[in-house]
Write a protein that binds this ligand. Structure first.
Ligand SMILES: [Ca+2]
Length: 170
């Protein structure tokens, strides 16, 4: 994760979007944005499409903060209390956010939690993972984030289930 604080939400989404296609800077528009319908209508993101695929995200653990940050960077007298926000940005129907539990006083949090995102337009979906340090009386502190193009995630077949995408946090 890149601890670049100060990046706005839209800038991070752009960053994730253009990381696709090998990061060459060119990402082809998905076909659904290029095709016109039978009555020459264009794609309408607010249309309710059926669920096309379900993105399953397992957040196992996070590591590396103790090497990149000073021991007192997050909490002065104890290790940080990390939790992660996991969400999808895309068409309105697909925009869902989840949150892991907070791992108190631990530089290497092991959340081991799974979240499911039913996606109606996976072609336009970006997976966003953000880690914060929980603080009881103060504002939670940003610790890192990443944004991934769902269409480029590796597809795995699970026994007895429909095709699903699976990633682990980086
Ligand atoms: Ca804290």
């Amino acid at each position: 994760m890149c601890p670049a604080q100060g990046y706005g939400r839209s800038l991070w989404l752009m960053h994730g979007m253009f990381r696709a296609n090998g990061g060459c800077g060119y990402v082809k528009k998905p076909d659904l944005l290029l095709r016109a319908g039978s009555n020459n209508e264009v794609f309408n993101p607010t249309t309710n499409f059926p669920v096309k695929t379900t993105l399953k995200v397992t957040l196992y653990m996070g590591d590396g903060w103790d090497k990149d940050f000073d021991q007192t960077h997050f909490d002065t007298y104890s290790p940080p209390d990390f939790y992660a926000k996991v969400g999808v940005a895309g068409v309105p129907a697909d925009e869902v956010k989840h949150k892991t539990k907070t791992m108190d006083d631990n530089w290497i949090p092991s959340w081991d939690e799974q979240f499911e995102f039913p996606l109606t337009v996976p072609e336009l979906a970006l997976l966003r993972i953000k880690v914060l340090d929980y603080n009881l009386s103060d504002k939670d502190e940003f610790a890192g984030q990443t944004c991934l193009h769902v269409a480029e995630l590796r597809q795995v077949l699970e026994m007895g289930a429909s095709p699903a995408l699976q990633v682990s946090s980086q």
